[in-house]
Design a protein around this ligand. Structure first.
Ligand SMILES: *Cc1c(COP(=O)(O)O)cnc(C)c1O
Length: 366
């Protein structure tokens, strides 16, 4: 590839597909289908295609615009909206998404009215909050009561299942215990409605923990997977929870490339009276004496936090960054890049999420 423009996000679809395949195979062994979550790639249609080609049976996103883009790429695959619908988007939810996650009667009523108006049936999954304290019914009885209202009184909606989300706001781990609570809740609803629910959605990438530990209850039959397949061994499953299995996945399906725009030896402690940095924060600076560093034309406006980008150049480390610049220490590098050279970074989830949506970042597919 000649004449690339930077900063660039390089997408290796083969590596991404390998990741999705490993996860969907593992899930299938446990009777679980995978909803491929496309939000980390800003809903790139090719990523939706990769998910489907590698075993995902649903495409999911928190944003309707992304589902709409994916729709063209994935033909008959059901589209799942994984953020509780806004009342202002109900018309589009029914038009674009086949299924949505829900936690408010008022929203369900609006979806029902809209589905009837569009002469469609829209599937809903009711969310149970099992302690992570983001979305979902906190009281099981309220969830069951709502499920019965949907089942018996909302002709435009289909009660497709229940679900939960963990490890997002409250950092709560998906364990055998809370997965069992979800299964039991599903069973209580099934008893009341006299049929099986289509979906019991046990969470996101972190819910691979009970799968890998062989403690996921059989009732859980869907996971909504994003982070793990994007970042592989850089995902928290490997990094925080030490699941070696995650290291089988590629952690370089997505890499950032940035160009060197300055190379100079400079002191490491700022000179002058110190106030605040570009983001209005007071900072501490370590004095390491004079060191060789390069300046890269990419910054926090593109990727967020410096902890989330990992330079591939051995011996280098990110010293700091402002909105559009990143300072990379190369004093200890055996190979020292020149102005015009390009440095590659592996990416943690939140950096990828931002980069894929940044209009300053070119995306190249391979
Ligand atoms: C983002 C999201 C997911 C996917 O989470 P990952 O950690 O990326 O696997 C699943 N469910 C909901 C509701 C989400 O918002």
């Amino acid at each position: 590839m000649k004449n690339l423009r930077y900063p660039a996000l390089m997408v290796n679809h083969e590596k991404f597909r390998e990741n999705v395949r490993l996860v969907t195979d593992k899930c299938r062994e446990h009777g679980i289908e995978v909803a491929g979550v496309i939000k980390a790639s800003n809903g790139m249609p090719r990523i939706a295609e990769d998910f489907v080609a590698s075993g995902a049976s649903i495409i999911a996103s928190s944003r309707l615009e992304q589902l709409e883009r994916a729709e063209l790429a994935t033909a008959d695959v059901p589209l799942l909206l994984i953020r509780i619908p806004m009342l202002c988007e109900v018309e589009d939810v029914v038009r674009v998404a086949d299924i949505s996650l829900n936690s408010e009667l008022k929203v369900l009523e609006a979806l029902n009215a809209e589905a009837l108006r569009q002469r469609k049936t829209h599937k809903v999954i009711l969310m149970a909050d099992l302690g992570d304290l983001r979305e979902g019914y906190f009281e099981a009885d309220e969830l069951i009561e709502t499920a019965l209202i949907v089942e018996n009184r909302m002709e435009g909606l289909v009660l497709a299942g229940i679900g939960t989300n963990l490890g997002c706001y409250g950092s709560v781990k998906p364990t055998a215990k809370n997965m069992k609570a979800l299964s039991e809740l599903a069973e209580r609803i099934e008893t009341r409605i006299g049929r099986e629910l289509e979906y019991v959605s046990g969470g996101a990438s972190s819910s691979m923990m009970p799968v890998l530990d062989n403690v996921m209850p059989a009732k859980v039959n869907m996971l909504r997977i994003g982070a793990l397949v994007y970042t592989g061994g850089l995902d928290e499953l490997a990094q925080v929870y030490g699941y070696k299995w995650a290291e089988k996945l590629n952690d370089d399906a997505f890499v950032l490339r940035a160009q060197v725009i300055e190379k100079k030896v400079k002191p490491t402690h700022p000179i002058g009276e110190l106030g605040v940095d570009a983001f209005g924060k007071k900072r501490e600076y370590v004095d390491r004496g004079n060191r060789l560093r390069v300046l890269l034309a990419v910054g926090r406006a593109d990727y967020g936090d410096i902890e989330d980008i990992l330079p591939e150049l051995p011996g280098s480390f990110v010293v700091g960054a402002s909105g559009d610049h990143t300072i990379l220490d190369i004093e200890d590098c055996r190979i020292k890049p020149e102005v015009g050279d390009v440095i590659e970074f592996r990416l943690k989830y939140s950096a990828l999420l931002r980069l894929s949506g940044s209009e300053n970042v070119r995306i190249y597919n391979k």
